[in-house]
Design a protein around this ligand. Structure first.
Ligand SMILES: *Cc1c(COP(=O)(O)O)cnc(C)c1O
Length: 410
């Protein structure tokens, strides 16, 4: 059983009953929050009870919406490592820098979290046909979890989405469609297909449950830091569910009395200069963002020109005393390769934007040397082979191998 009490519109606050298939608010079409009886959760489970549970996001079962264990669709997602990044920290002049490494999740990105929970909820409601617009990783994750649940999955992606996302979705049995436009235009195809094609729309924030999966990043972070929170969190932001979810998680943990202090991190939205609608709106002091025309970035997960949860992202950033900032698109590859080579963590180009933003913050004195800083590596570099220049050399087996040259790095 779950502790969900109701769903609540994030904009107008209107309530909807739990345990009904609900997508967005009927009045303003805005996203819905899932609300829990946190007092009852607190009586049912303690922080210490968690220690004995399996190291997946399902250890936070009482803070998740799924009613019956048999509906849980899982590939073992969650409890990603929180890795100290000493060498990168030294380069940046920071003494307490960590990377929360989501690259190790099923399908190689944190999208697994949201879709594990969303697919489980679809199963609970008896929905077995799902469609998603994707910049890449969300489609791959829905295809995998959908396959595991025995669903028919439809994936609609911009035609220049990385090939690996197309292939992973196809391999998992999804029907994949390439559209000559951006992700929000793919979203329109999915939305307008709801009636004729009778599929469930699993777009970002068009159903309330993906965000519940993503909030587990915040729950894990708190647990891994001994129920304290860092000073600064840098998060590569496209649709923003990860950041919104974590901010929700911190509020729930505080309400449960599980946090050692009231201290909350400054939430930093990290975008590329090639697609920065949130950073632009933040700077302009706006709550709703304009569509970012001509979006272009190698960080495909950040290529979201218009986010339905814009006001939720910007509210969280402002409440936290954080900021929405950009990293220079032309330097993403450099940051990605430098971080991967100095830490051994397979940094995706999206997370490279966080490194760039952090570098700028340190230079401007916005982060102090001893503050506790967490960067999110939301996906695996291995999913972006086209972004790594091939500087390998060949060996001609018909000739003598020149080891001296190899020692010189030639
Ligand atoms: C989707 C994605 C993002 C953006 O995540 P949101 O929570 O939707 O803002 C960042 N990085 C990667 C690797 C992604 O796949």
């Amino acid at each position: 059983m779950s502790f969900v009490t109701h769903l609540e519109c994030a904009l107008c606050g209107k309530h909807y009953p739990a345990r009904t298939i609900q997508t967005v608010c009927e009045d303003d079409q805005r996203p819905l929050w899932v609300r829990y009886d946190l007092e009852a959760v607190g009586r049912a489970v303690s922080r210490d009870d968690l220690l004995a549970r399996e190291p997946t996001l399902w250890r936070y079962r009482e803070l998740l919406p799924v009613e019956r264990d048999e509906d849980v669709v899982t590939l073992g997602e969650g409890m990603s490592p929180l890795l100290p990044a000493h060498r990168l920290g030294e380069t940046l002049g920071l003494r307490n820098l960590w990377v929360k490494d989501e690259s190790q999740l099923p399908t190689g990105s944190f999208k697994a979290r949201g879709l594990a929970v969303a697919v489980s909820m679809m199963k609970q409601f008896g929905i077995f046909r799902a469609a998603i617009p994707t910049a890449g990783n969300a489609g791959g994750a829905l295809a995998a979890y959908g396959a595991r649940a025995g669903m028919q999955v439809y994936v609609v992606m911009p035609e220049d989405t990385p090939e690996i996302n197309l292939k992973e979705s196809l391999a998992a049995g999804a029907r994949v469609y390439r559209a000559n436009g951006m992700i929000d235009q793919c979203g329109k195809v999915v939305r307008e297909g709801k009636c004729p094609a009778e599929w469930f729309d699993v777009s970002t924030l068009k159903e309330p449950y993906r965000i519940e999966g993503k909030k587990t990043m915040g729950l894990e972070l708190a647990e891994q830091l001994g129920w304290t929170l860092p000073d600064v969190i840098l998060y590569p932001t496209g649709g923003g569910t990860g950041l919104i979810g974590m901010w929700k998680a911190f509020a729930e943990l505080a309400a449960l009395g599980w946090l050692a202090s009231d201290h909350r991190p400054r939430m930093i939205v990290c975008q590329s200069s090639g697609c920065a609608p949130m950073a632009r709106a933040f700077e302009a002091g706006e709550r709703f963002a304009q569509r970012f025309e001509g979006a272009a970035t190698i960080a495909s997960g950040l290529r979201v020109p218009a986010a339905v949860g814009d006001f939720m992202i910007l509210d969280a950033v402002r409440e936290s005393g954080g900021a929405a900032l950009t990293a220079d698109e032309d330097r993403l590859q450099e940051w990605m390769l430098h971080t991967t080579a100095s830490e051994g963590i397979a940094f995706c180009p999206e997370a490279a934007a966080c490194v760039g933003v952090l570098e700028g913050m340190v230079e401007r004195g916005e982060v102090a040397a001893d503050e506790r800083v967490v960067l999110f590596n939301t996906g695996a570099l291995q999913k972006y082979p086209h972004t790594v220049p091939d500087t390998s050399r060949s060996i001609d087996l018909g000739r003598e191998v020149d080891y001296a040259a190899m020692l010189r790095g030639e």
